[in-house]
Design a protein around this ligand. Structure first.
Ligand code: GDP
Length: 464
């Protein structure tokens, strides 16, 4: 709790938000969550409970939210009371479980916000309070948003590892190792003569070991990002080579998660599929054709943008028809920096493996979109691109913010190597070490200013 200028403690605001996903016509119930000292009073003012139900912590009450006239019933609700400190935010929390649907929820929400002393919560404000009140550590709070926004099984698993405290434990342990070294150094700075001499080499080794672990975490973070966001794959090939057939086949692999996203242009259709738990966005660049027509050219330009923005280009051609001049032209249009997979389709129509592509560049996969022959090889090739097939399974993955800080800590430790090489006195070592400790503390939330916290939580969703 903070204090005002006069020294009188200032109670935090009471905040309220719809904590469930808001979508028209979806969800039987919605939860409105209130947190803060006024939470109980607000909900008691706007509800009536039949019979003799006791208002007790961690009990569920049944009743109605009523309008300001005290009679009109706005909704039939369940109310869940969780008094401080046994709540998500460690403040008094009251949840109103009302009926879902945009209008019903908004009527109850409006009634809540009419009450004095309560305001709409900012994005992430519940989680921020939980962190500030020591109820939740920062990496776990971040893992909650990752879990909520996970688009694939693998992303959800990674988020759960963060929620279980995997990131927190790893980073705290590394930070403690650095703190141990710092205290040794500081003792030498102050009382060099009274203490046994410090083994500079051992100290340096320890710092470099921590640095190597940090670099591993940064690399795993990059792999995690690929798993979380998946791959953008541009599917190209001349007409009738089987692009739609392939797309249909891949889409069937994991039911119910297939979504046709409206393309940005008529020439570009995006579909999202999930392969072995990894989301893959397929950009169907139907617009790419060798043409001189000006209007067509426009479509082509857009498709080229898609090619350049893709993580991978999958060029499909017809094995039965062989590698044609048009295939070669398409191949040459793929920007040099973009990785590519060359896939020969209609394997079922070819007799010998050698047939089909005498002059094509190296062929990666042969398959038949019709029979499914060769499909597993294609899936493996795609997944290898996002690093999900690496021998080392990914246990935890830092998010971008955490990765940046880990990289900064590693840089500071690298500098300590230079300081050592120059044979500078101990207090020079402590500068970089402190910097590294500070960066790791910002990952776990141990060393954070309120402004930084505000920035982090503003990216959360409302009601979280
Ligand atoms: P797109 O224009 O590249 O999207 O090609 P389509 O997917 O529409 O396929 C063109 C034609 O080739 C259709 O008649 C498909 O049934 C056929 N086709 C696609 N893949 C295969 C395949 O692997 N084997 C055979 N035999 N026919 C295929």
């Amino acid at each position: 709790m903070s204090s005002s200028a006069s020294g009188v403690p200032v109670l935090p605001d009471t905040i309220a938000a719809v904590a469930t996903a808001v979508a028209p016509g979806q969800g039987g119930i919605a939860v409105i969550r209130l947190s803060g000292p006024m939470a109980q009073r607000v909900v008691r003012t706007i509800t009536v409970f039949p019979g003799s139900q006791e208002w007790l912590s961690h009990r569920v009450l049944y009743g109605h939210v009523v309008a300001a006239d005290g009679h009109e019933r706005l909704d039939e609700v369940l109310v869940l009371v969780m008094l401080a400190p046994r709540s998500f935010t460690a403040e008094d929390v009251v949840e109103i479980h009302c009926h879902g649907g945009v209008i019903a929820v908004q009527r109850v929400m409006a009634r809540v916000l009419e009450q004095p002393g309560v305001r709409r919560a900012l994005p992430g404000e519940f989680s921020q309070r939980a962190v500030l009140n020591g109820r939740l550590d920062l990496t776990r709070a971040e893992a909650i948003t990752d879990l909520v926004s996970a688009r694939s099984q693998r992303a959800a698993q990674l988020a759960m590892a963060g929620l279980d405290g995997g990131i927190q434990r790893r980073v705290v342990a590394l930070r403690e190792r650095l703190l141990d070294q710092l205290s040794e150094l500081e003792a030498r700075v102050d009382f060099e003569d009274d203490l046994p001499p410090l083994d500079g080499r051992a100290l340096l080794e320890e710092l470099q070991e921590v640095r190597a672990t940090l670099l591993e975490l940064v690399a795993d973070g990059a792999r995690g990002a690929a798993l979380r966001t998946g791959l953008r794959v541009a599917l190209v090939g001349r007409p009738n080579v089987g692009k739609s057939s392939l797309l249909n086949r891949l889409s069937r692999r994991e039911r119910a998660i297939v979504a046709d996203l409206p393309g940005t242009t008529r020439d570009l259709l995006e579909s999202e599929i999930v392969l072995e738990g990894v989301p893959i966005t397929l950009l169907d660049t139907a617009g790419i054709r060798a043409t001189t027509d000006e209007v067509e050219q426009l479509g082509i330009a857009r498709s080229h943008d898609a090619l350049a923005s893709a993580d991978l280009v999958l060029l499909l051609f017809d094995l039965a028809a062989g590698w044609t001049v048009e295939d070669q032209a398409l191949y040459e249009q793929i920007p040099g920096a973009v990785p590519r997979l060359l896939v020969g389709n209609k394997l079922d129509l070819t007799n010998s493996a050698a047939e089909g592509a005498p002059s094509s560049p190296a062929l990666d996969v042969r398959l038949s979109a019709q029979t499914g022959d060769g499909e597993p090889a294609l899936v493996q090739a795609l997944l290898a691109q996002c690093g999900s097939l690496s021998e080392q399974p990914l246990l935890i993955a830092l998010n971008q913010r955490q990765s940046d800080l880990a990289a900064r800590a590693a840089e500071a430790l690298q500098r300590s190597e230079e300081v050592a090489a120059q044979g500078l006195p101990w207090d020079f070592w402590t500068i970089d070490l402190r910097q590294a400790i500070q960066s790791l503390g910002e990952i776990t939330g141990e060393e954070l200013t309120e402004a930084v916290l505000d920035r982090i939580f503003s990216r959360f969703c409302i009601g979280k």
